[in-house]
Design a protein around this ligand. Structure first.
Ligand code: NAP
Length: 288
């Protein structure tokens, strides 16, 4: 089921057909957050290709998003692993064959689980770095010719975890710090070619598996600690995405757009879990 519907066009700040004739290529596009980014872009006129490993999930999401706007074309390209640049090159070629071009790229695919350092194996650490960081690099690599031809724009989906030390998330924080660095350097290197590169950093987004894992049932509600007094929504991320790809952001590159209700300014939200939870985990035999 889609999150957005045609009211996103009629009631929003954006004009219909804002992205008419444009194509967005999205890794993780069948996932919770990135799927709604795609819905917004498609509602506003874009065609899309969404990329994931799970064929059935990816194709189903593509069909549902395509139904949002008459005439929209949304490809669901499953069996693509962002850790493999050749797999992404194939997806990029298929997108150009079927949709004609790629103007915008969202590198959103990511792996996540909670683990303290002591129980995080070297292989598990490598896996998250490979999906989040290497996968983001591979995504731009595989679409670069199209981005160059169309003077396109890149949006990496980052996080705020690395702005301070967040226990149980060091693997993701390390990967996303790399993603921010990659985006900043690409903004400088590719700016002269007319390509913009930005990051979006979601805070605690309601309805996502990642957030659910961080807040077990019975845990103290976190929204009251957020300056704007609510959790974020996938629509909040979609709105910021539309802005960053729109002509309104034509002079915006090398930025990290934080969409977190002001949360990161008050530091980590570990509450009573710190330091007791960390101490308990740290005493076992290290997992290699
Ligand atoms: N959830 C939050 O509150 C939050 C906060 C900050 C940042 N973020 C970031 O926002 C983005 C989306 O998060 P989400 O919570 O919406 O995640 P999600 O629902 O788990 O979606 C992630 C997507 O990535 C795809 N994926 C994972 N590994 C892949 C691989 N190796 N190759 C290709 N595709 C792969 C998955 O599809 P398949 O299973 O089909 O491969 C899935 O559709 C991520 O970059 C995440 O780090 C999330």
């Amino acid at each position: 089921m889609t999150t957005l519907d045609s009211s996103f066009v009629t009631n929003s700040s954006w004009k219909p057909d804002l992205f008419k004739g444009k194509v967005v290529f999205v890794t993780g596009g069948a996932g919770t957050i990135c799927r709604v980014q795609v819905e917004a872009m498609v509602l506003l006129g874009a065609d899309a290709a969404i990329i994931g490993r799970n064929v059935e999930k990816t194709e189903k999401a593509a069909k549902e998003i395509e139904a949002l706007r008459p005439g929209a074309k949304v490809l669901g390209l499953g069996n693509v692993d962002v850790r493999d640049v050749h797999s992404l090159v194939k997806a990029s070629k298929e997108t150009v064959d079927k949709l004609g071009r790629i103007d915008y790229v969202i590198a959103g695919a990511a792996g996540n689980f909670l683990s303290d350092f002591n129980h995080l194996s070297a292989n598990a650490f490598k896996s998250v770095i490979s999906i989040d960081l290497l996968g983001s690099y591979n995504t731009v690599k595989a679409t670069f010719e199209e981005l160059r031809k169309n003077k396109g724009a890149i949006l990496f989906v980052s996080a705020t975890l690395h702005y301070y030390g967040v226990p149980f998330q060091l693997h993701v924080g390390a990967a996303k710090a790399g993603v921010d660095a990659l985006s900043n350097a690409l903004a400088v290197e590719l700016g002269p070619l007319g390509i913009r590169s930005n990051c979006i950093a979601p805070g605690m987004i309601d309805g996502t598996e990642g957030f659910a894992r961080l807040t077990p049932p019975g845990a103290e509600p976190l929204e009251k600690k957020v300056p704007l007094q609510r959790l974020g929504s996938t629509k909040d991320i979609a709105e910021a995405t539309v802005y960053l790809f729109s002509p309104a952001a034509d002079y915006v590159t090398g930025t990290i757009q934080v969409v977190d209700g002001g949360c990161w300014h008050i530091g980590g939200l570990m509450g009573s879990l710190y330091p007791s939870a960390v101490l308990t985990q740290g005493l076992d035999t290290p997992k290699l």
